[in-house]
Design a protein. Structure first.
Length: 83
């Protein structure tokens, strides 16, 4: 099994994470401040250089104004459309 960060699924996740932040009208710096993290943390997450565990992903989602299940549903739709 290859590492998940190298899969098309993980690339879709990072793309959706960035898109969700942009759709919320929040910059990387603003998101970082709300999370109590650095801007480079957000950047690395969006580029797939840093993995998020499920609790961190939930926190990011809630900070961006959606629930984890809503984010996962969007991810599933994105994955289905890319097959």
């Amino acid at each position: 099994m290859e590492k998940s960060i190298y899969t098309r699924e993980y690339k879709a996740l990072t793309r959706l994470l960035c898109q969700t932040r942009e759709n919320a009208g929040i910059s990387q710096m603003e998101l970082a401040e709300k999370l109590g993290q650095s801007q480079s943390f957000v950047s690395k997450c969006e580029r797939g250089e840093r993995r998020l565990d499920i609790i961190q992903l939930r926190t990011v989602c809630l900070t961006l104004g959606l629930t984890l299940p809503e984010f996962v549903e969007q991810l599933e739709r994105a994955l289905r459309s890319r097959k």
